[in-house]
Design a protein around this ligand. Structure first.
Ligand code: GLY
Length: 358
Protein backbone atom coordinates (compact mmCIF):
# COMPACT_ATOMS: atom_id res chain seq x y z
CA UNK A 1 0.00 0.00 0.00
CA UNK A 2 1.19 3.48 -0.80
CA UNK A 3 2.62 5.45 2.06
CA UNK A 4 1.41 9.00 2.46
CA UNK A 5 3.54 10.19 5.34
CA UNK A 6 4.61 13.36 3.55
CA UNK A 7 1.07 14.33 2.68
CA UNK A 8 -0.08 13.63 6.22
CA UNK A 9 2.75 15.70 7.67
CA UNK A 10 1.77 18.42 5.26
CA UNK A 11 -1.87 18.60 6.12
CA UNK A 12 -1.28 18.31 9.85
CA UNK A 13 0.94 21.35 9.64
CA UNK A 14 -1.18 23.21 7.09
CA UNK A 15 -2.32 26.51 8.53
CA UNK A 16 -5.65 28.19 8.04
CA UNK A 17 -5.90 31.03 5.59
CA UNK A 18 -5.85 33.58 8.35
CA UNK A 19 -9.25 32.60 9.65
CA UNK A 20 -9.91 32.10 13.35
CA UNK A 21 -13.67 32.07 13.61
CA UNK A 22 -15.08 29.54 16.08
CA UNK A 23 -17.51 26.71 15.33
CA UNK A 24 -20.26 26.81 17.91
CA UNK A 25 -23.53 25.15 18.65
CA UNK A 26 -23.08 21.96 16.61
CA UNK A 27 -24.26 18.71 18.13
CA UNK A 28 -22.30 15.65 17.06
CA UNK A 29 -22.34 11.91 17.55
CA UNK A 30 -18.56 11.66 17.45
CA UNK A 31 -16.78 12.48 20.68
CA UNK A 32 -13.41 12.81 18.99
CA UNK A 33 -14.81 15.36 16.58
CA UNK A 34 -16.77 17.11 19.29
CA UNK A 35 -13.50 17.69 21.10
CA UNK A 36 -12.39 19.70 18.09
CA UNK A 37 -15.41 21.99 18.02
CA UNK A 38 -13.45 24.98 19.31
CA UNK A 39 -10.69 24.53 16.77
CA UNK A 40 -10.17 27.36 14.30
CA UNK A 41 -12.05 26.92 11.05
CA UNK A 42 -9.76 26.04 8.16
CA UNK A 43 -11.36 26.89 4.86
CA UNK A 44 -10.45 24.39 2.17
CA UNK A 45 -11.56 23.23 -1.26
CA UNK A 46 -10.82 19.77 -2.66
CA UNK A 47 -11.67 18.40 -6.09
CA UNK A 48 -10.84 15.73 -8.60
CA UNK A 49 -7.72 16.43 -10.71
CA UNK A 50 -9.73 18.38 -13.29
CA UNK A 51 -10.64 20.83 -10.52
CA UNK A 52 -7.55 23.06 -10.25
CA UNK A 53 -9.47 26.09 -11.48
CA UNK A 54 -12.64 25.01 -9.71
CA UNK A 55 -10.96 24.85 -6.29
CA UNK A 56 -9.17 28.18 -6.86
CA UNK A 57 -12.48 29.80 -7.79
CA UNK A 58 -14.28 28.21 -4.85
CA UNK A 59 -11.60 29.41 -2.43
CA UNK A 60 -11.58 32.96 -3.78
CA UNK A 61 -15.37 33.13 -3.26
CA UNK A 62 -15.09 31.60 0.21
CA UNK A 63 -12.54 34.24 1.16
CA UNK A 64 -15.06 36.86 0.05
CA UNK A 65 -17.57 35.30 2.45
CA UNK A 66 -19.50 32.99 0.11
CA UNK A 67 -21.34 29.93 1.37
CA UNK A 68 -19.36 26.77 0.52
CA UNK A 69 -22.16 25.46 -1.70
CA UNK A 70 -22.27 28.59 -3.86
CA UNK A 71 -18.48 28.47 -4.00
CA UNK A 72 -18.19 24.86 -5.18
CA UNK A 73 -20.98 25.31 -7.73
CA UNK A 74 -19.25 28.38 -9.17
CA UNK A 75 -16.06 26.31 -9.27
CA UNK A 76 -17.51 23.32 -11.11
CA UNK A 77 -19.37 25.65 -13.51
CA UNK A 78 -15.96 26.45 -15.02
CA UNK A 79 -15.57 22.79 -15.96
CA UNK A 80 -19.22 22.35 -17.00
CA UNK A 81 -18.80 25.31 -19.36
CA UNK A 82 -15.49 24.06 -20.78
CA UNK A 83 -16.00 22.32 -24.14
CA UNK A 84 -12.57 20.68 -23.83
CA UNK A 85 -13.54 18.65 -20.74
CA UNK A 86 -15.44 15.81 -22.40
CA UNK A 87 -16.56 14.30 -19.09
CA UNK A 88 -18.67 17.12 -17.70
CA UNK A 89 -21.36 19.54 -18.92
CA UNK A 90 -21.07 21.26 -22.32
CA UNK A 91 -18.94 19.09 -24.62
CA UNK A 92 -19.45 15.95 -22.51
CA UNK A 93 -19.40 12.71 -24.46
CA UNK A 94 -22.95 11.69 -25.38
CA UNK A 95 -25.00 8.54 -24.88
CA UNK A 96 -25.16 5.79 -27.50
CA UNK A 97 -27.72 7.82 -29.48
CA UNK A 98 -25.37 10.82 -29.65
CA UNK A 99 -27.32 12.84 -27.04
CA UNK A 100 -25.55 14.42 -24.06
CA UNK A 101 -27.21 13.50 -20.75
CA UNK A 102 -25.92 15.10 -17.55
CA UNK A 103 -26.07 14.11 -13.86
CA UNK A 104 -25.32 16.28 -10.82
CA UNK A 105 -25.78 16.45 -7.08
CA UNK A 106 -25.28 19.10 -4.42
CA UNK A 107 -25.37 18.81 -0.66
CA UNK A 108 -25.46 21.68 1.83
CA UNK A 109 -24.10 20.71 5.23
CA UNK A 110 -25.36 23.61 7.36
CA UNK A 111 -28.99 22.96 6.45
CA UNK A 112 -28.73 19.21 5.86
CA UNK A 113 -30.31 19.50 2.43
CA UNK A 114 -29.46 18.08 -0.97
CA UNK A 115 -30.65 18.22 -4.56
CA UNK A 116 -29.90 16.17 -7.65
CA UNK A 117 -30.73 15.79 -11.32
CA UNK A 118 -30.06 12.83 -13.59
CA UNK A 119 -30.21 12.20 -17.34
CA UNK A 120 -30.81 15.91 -17.88
CA UNK A 121 -30.55 17.03 -21.51
CA UNK A 122 -29.89 20.46 -23.07
CA UNK A 123 -28.89 22.34 -19.89
CA UNK A 124 -25.18 22.88 -19.52
CA UNK A 125 -25.04 23.51 -15.76
CA UNK A 126 -26.84 20.58 -14.08
CA UNK A 127 -25.16 21.59 -10.79
CA UNK A 128 -27.20 24.80 -10.80
CA UNK A 129 -30.39 22.88 -11.53
CA UNK A 130 -29.58 20.48 -8.67
CA UNK A 131 -29.34 23.45 -6.31
CA UNK A 132 -32.74 24.71 -7.48
CA UNK A 133 -34.18 21.21 -6.87
CA UNK A 134 -32.83 21.53 -3.32
CA UNK A 135 -34.14 25.04 -2.76
CA UNK A 136 -37.36 25.22 -4.75
CA UNK A 137 -38.90 21.77 -4.57
CA UNK A 138 -39.85 19.29 -1.91
CA UNK A 139 -37.84 16.63 -3.76
CA UNK A 140 -34.23 15.55 -3.73
CA UNK A 141 -33.82 13.91 -7.16
CA UNK A 142 -35.56 14.73 -10.45
CA UNK A 143 -34.63 12.88 -13.66
CA UNK A 144 -34.96 13.01 -17.43
CA UNK A 145 -37.83 14.91 -19.04
CA UNK A 146 -39.13 15.97 -15.63
CA UNK A 147 -35.76 17.50 -14.75
CA UNK A 148 -35.68 19.39 -18.06
CA UNK A 149 -39.19 20.73 -17.53
CA UNK A 150 -38.28 21.76 -13.99
CA UNK A 151 -35.17 23.54 -15.28
CA UNK A 152 -37.17 25.29 -18.01
CA UNK A 153 -39.73 26.43 -15.43
CA UNK A 154 -36.89 28.04 -13.50
CA UNK A 155 -35.61 29.92 -16.55
CA UNK A 156 -32.66 27.74 -17.57
CA UNK A 157 -31.90 28.14 -21.28
CA UNK A 158 -31.74 25.07 -23.48
CA UNK A 159 -28.82 24.57 -25.83
CA UNK A 160 -27.15 21.88 -27.90
CA UNK A 161 -24.46 20.42 -25.64
CA UNK A 162 -22.86 18.22 -28.31
CA UNK A 163 -19.64 19.84 -29.56
CA UNK A 164 -18.09 18.84 -32.87
CA UNK A 165 -15.25 17.04 -31.07
CA UNK A 166 -17.68 15.00 -28.99
CA UNK A 167 -19.89 14.25 -32.02
CA UNK A 168 -16.83 12.98 -33.92
CA UNK A 169 -15.73 10.83 -30.96
CA UNK A 170 -19.23 9.34 -30.73
CA UNK A 171 -19.37 8.68 -34.50
CA UNK A 172 -15.98 6.97 -34.41
CA UNK A 173 -17.22 4.74 -31.57
CA UNK A 174 -20.47 3.95 -33.39
CA UNK A 175 -18.85 3.23 -36.75
CA UNK A 176 -16.30 0.89 -35.22
CA UNK A 177 -18.60 -1.02 -32.88
CA UNK A 178 -19.23 -4.00 -35.09
CA UNK A 179 -18.54 -5.59 -38.43
CA UNK A 180 -22.16 -6.73 -38.68
CA UNK A 181 -24.06 -3.44 -38.60
CA UNK A 182 -24.55 -0.80 -41.28
CA UNK A 183 -22.38 2.01 -39.90
CA UNK A 184 -19.02 2.16 -41.68
CA UNK A 185 -15.93 4.17 -40.76
CA UNK A 186 -13.90 5.71 -43.60
CA UNK A 187 -12.39 2.86 -45.65
CA UNK A 188 -10.93 2.09 -49.06
CA UNK A 189 -11.64 -0.40 -51.79
CA UNK A 190 -9.39 -3.07 -50.26
CA UNK A 191 -10.82 -2.94 -46.72
CA UNK A 192 -12.39 -6.00 -45.09
CA UNK A 193 -13.81 -6.55 -41.59
CA UNK A 194 -14.68 -2.87 -41.39
CA UNK A 195 -15.55 -1.79 -37.86
CA UNK A 196 -12.89 -3.49 -35.74
CA UNK A 197 -10.83 -0.45 -34.84
CA UNK A 198 -12.13 0.43 -31.41
CA UNK A 199 -8.78 0.47 -29.61
CA UNK A 200 -8.39 4.23 -29.78
CA UNK A 201 -11.81 4.99 -28.30
CA UNK A 202 -11.81 5.77 -24.59
CA UNK A 203 -15.11 5.40 -22.75
CA UNK A 204 -14.45 7.68 -19.84
CA UNK A 205 -16.26 7.97 -16.52
CA UNK A 206 -14.76 11.41 -15.95
CA UNK A 207 -16.56 13.72 -13.59
CA UNK A 208 -15.79 16.58 -11.24
CA UNK A 209 -16.39 16.39 -7.51
CA UNK A 210 -15.65 19.50 -5.43
CA UNK A 211 -16.15 19.90 -1.66
CA UNK A 212 -15.34 22.86 0.55
CA UNK A 213 -15.45 24.44 3.99
CA UNK A 214 -16.35 28.12 4.20
CA UNK A 215 -15.44 30.81 6.74
CA UNK A 216 -18.39 29.88 8.97
CA UNK A 217 -17.43 26.20 9.03
CA UNK A 218 -20.21 25.31 6.59
CA UNK A 219 -19.33 22.21 4.56
CA UNK A 220 -20.85 21.55 1.15
CA UNK A 221 -20.15 19.57 -1.98
CA UNK A 222 -21.09 19.08 -5.60
CA UNK A 223 -20.52 16.31 -8.14
CA UNK A 224 -21.33 16.83 -11.82
CA UNK A 225 -20.75 14.68 -14.91
CA UNK A 226 -21.84 13.62 -18.36
CA UNK A 227 -21.42 10.08 -17.08
CA UNK A 228 -20.10 7.08 -18.93
CA UNK A 229 -19.36 7.87 -22.57
CA UNK A 230 -21.78 6.26 -25.06
CA UNK A 231 -23.95 4.87 -22.26
CA UNK A 232 -27.40 3.37 -22.74
CA UNK A 233 -29.81 6.34 -22.78
CA UNK A 234 -31.13 6.92 -19.29
CA UNK A 235 -28.14 5.26 -17.59
CA UNK A 236 -27.40 7.02 -14.32
CA UNK A 237 -24.12 6.67 -12.48
CA UNK A 238 -23.12 7.50 -8.92
CA UNK A 239 -22.70 11.26 -9.33
CA UNK A 240 -26.32 12.32 -8.74
CA UNK A 241 -26.94 9.79 -5.98
CA UNK A 242 -26.40 11.17 -2.48
CA UNK A 243 -24.43 8.67 -0.45
CA UNK A 244 -22.70 7.31 -3.55
CA UNK A 245 -21.16 10.15 -5.60
CA UNK A 246 -21.40 12.76 -2.85
CA UNK A 247 -22.15 13.00 0.85
CA UNK A 248 -21.83 15.82 3.37
CA UNK A 249 -22.40 15.91 7.11
CA UNK A 250 -21.58 19.26 8.62
CA UNK A 251 -20.56 17.63 11.89
CA UNK A 252 -18.03 15.37 10.19
CA UNK A 253 -16.97 16.33 6.66
CA UNK A 254 -17.62 15.62 3.00
CA UNK A 255 -16.69 13.00 0.42
CA UNK A 256 -17.21 12.52 -3.28
CA UNK A 257 -16.10 10.34 -6.14
CA UNK A 258 -15.18 9.98 -9.78
CA UNK A 259 -14.61 6.81 -11.79
CA UNK A 260 -16.77 3.76 -12.47
CA UNK A 261 -20.16 4.77 -11.12
CA UNK A 262 -21.61 1.28 -11.24
CA UNK A 263 -19.05 0.07 -8.66
CA UNK A 264 -19.70 3.01 -6.40
CA UNK A 265 -23.49 2.72 -6.67
CA UNK A 266 -23.15 -0.77 -5.25
CA UNK A 267 -20.92 0.41 -2.39
CA UNK A 268 -22.42 3.84 -1.52
CA UNK A 269 -18.89 4.93 -0.73
CA UNK A 270 -19.31 8.63 -0.03
CA UNK A 271 -21.60 8.07 2.94
CA UNK A 272 -19.29 5.27 4.10
CA UNK A 273 -16.26 7.60 3.93
CA UNK A 274 -18.08 10.19 6.03
CA UNK A 275 -19.01 7.49 8.53
CA UNK A 276 -15.42 6.21 8.65
CA UNK A 277 -14.28 9.77 9.36
CA UNK A 278 -16.92 10.04 12.11
CA UNK A 279 -15.21 6.99 13.62
CA UNK A 280 -11.90 8.95 13.63
CA UNK A 281 -10.35 7.71 10.42
CA UNK A 282 -8.38 10.35 8.54
CA UNK A 283 -9.84 11.41 5.18
CA UNK A 284 -7.19 9.41 3.36
CA UNK A 285 -7.70 6.29 5.48
CA UNK A 286 -11.46 6.59 4.99
CA UNK A 287 -11.04 6.85 1.21
CA UNK A 288 -8.76 3.80 1.16
CA UNK A 289 -11.30 1.83 3.21
CA UNK A 290 -13.92 2.67 0.58
CA UNK A 291 -11.58 1.43 -2.16
CA UNK A 292 -11.06 -1.84 -0.26
CA UNK A 293 -14.81 -2.34 0.08
CA UNK A 294 -15.23 -2.01 -3.66
CA UNK A 295 -12.41 -4.46 -4.32
CA UNK A 296 -13.98 -6.99 -1.91
CA UNK A 297 -17.39 -6.47 -3.46
CA UNK A 298 -16.29 -6.96 -7.08
CA UNK A 299 -16.74 -10.63 -7.87
CA UNK A 300 -17.72 -10.73 -11.54
CA UNK A 301 -14.77 -12.16 -13.49
CA UNK A 302 -15.39 -9.91 -16.49
CA UNK A 303 -14.43 -6.97 -14.26
CA UNK A 304 -11.24 -8.54 -12.83
CA UNK A 305 -7.69 -8.86 -14.09
CA UNK A 306 -5.73 -12.12 -13.95
CA UNK A 307 -4.77 -11.37 -10.33
CA UNK A 308 -8.39 -10.88 -9.31
CA UNK A 309 -8.16 -7.07 -9.04
CA UNK A 310 -10.75 -4.71 -10.54
CA UNK A 311 -9.87 -3.65 -14.07
CA UNK A 312 -11.58 -0.31 -13.47
CA UNK A 313 -10.75 2.58 -11.18
CA UNK A 314 -12.74 4.58 -8.66
CA UNK A 315 -11.37 7.73 -7.00
CA UNK A 316 -12.42 9.35 -3.73
CA UNK A 317 -11.84 12.81 -2.25
CA UNK A 318 -12.60 13.75 1.34
CA UNK A 319 -12.28 16.56 3.87
CA UNK A 320 -13.12 16.56 7.54
CA UNK A 321 -14.41 19.50 9.55
CA UNK A 322 -10.91 20.17 10.94
CA UNK A 323 -9.78 20.99 7.40
CA UNK A 324 -7.78 17.79 6.93
CA UNK A 325 -8.01 16.23 3.50
CA UNK A 326 -7.14 13.14 1.53
CA UNK A 327 -7.84 11.16 -1.59
CA UNK A 328 -7.46 7.56 -2.69
CA UNK A 329 -8.02 5.40 -5.73
CA UNK A 330 -7.96 1.69 -6.39
CA UNK A 331 -5.07 2.14 -8.85
CA UNK A 332 -1.97 4.33 -8.60
CA UNK A 333 -1.52 7.49 -10.62
CA UNK A 334 -4.59 9.48 -9.58
CA UNK A 335 -4.29 13.03 -8.32
CA UNK A 336 -6.62 15.51 -6.74
CA UNK A 337 -6.74 19.30 -6.45
CA UNK A 338 -6.43 21.16 -3.17
CA UNK A 339 -6.69 24.79 -2.16
CA UNK A 340 -6.22 25.94 1.42
CA UNK A 341 -6.25 29.65 0.71
CA UNK A 342 -3.70 30.13 -2.03
CA UNK A 343 -4.28 31.96 -5.29
CA UNK A 344 -3.43 28.80 -7.22
CA UNK A 345 -4.51 25.29 -6.33
CA UNK A 346 -2.10 22.37 -6.35
CA UNK A 347 -2.34 18.73 -7.33
CA UNK A 348 -1.70 16.04 -4.72
CA UNK A 349 -1.04 12.35 -5.35
CA UNK A 350 -3.86 10.10 -4.21
CA UNK A 351 -3.13 7.07 -2.05
CA UNK A 352 -3.88 3.76 -3.75
CA UNK A 353 -4.28 0.03 -3.29
CA UNK A 354 -2.57 -1.34 -6.42
CA UNK A 355 0.36 -0.02 -8.41
CA UNK A 356 -0.36 0.16 -12.11
CA UNK A 357 1.72 -2.32 -14.05
CA UNK A 358 2.20 -4.60 -10.99
N1 GLY B 1 -18.69 8.47 -11.82
C1 GLY B 1 -19.42 8.97 -12.89
C2 GLY B 1 -20.25 7.97 -13.59
O1 GLY B 1 -19.96 6.79 -13.55
O2 GLY B 1 -21.22 8.37 -14.21
Amino acid sequence: MHSSINRRKFFRSATAAGVTAIVAGHATNAPQLMAQSNAPIKPIAIASANGLQATAKAMSLIQEGADALDAVIAGVNIVEDDPKDQSVGYGGLPNEDGVVELDASVMHGPTGRGGCVAALRNIKNPSKVAKVVMERSDHVLIVGEGALRFARAHGFQEENLLTEDSRKAWLQWKENLSTTDDWLPPHDIDAKNIGMNLKSVIRNHGTINCNAIDLRGGISGCTTTSGLAFKIPGRVGDSPILGAGLYVDNEVGAAGSTGRGEANLLACSSVMIVEYMRQSKSPEEACLMACKRIVAQTKMKRLLDDKGRPQFDVNFYAINRRGEFGGASIWSGAKYAINTGEKQSRLMEAAFLFKRGS
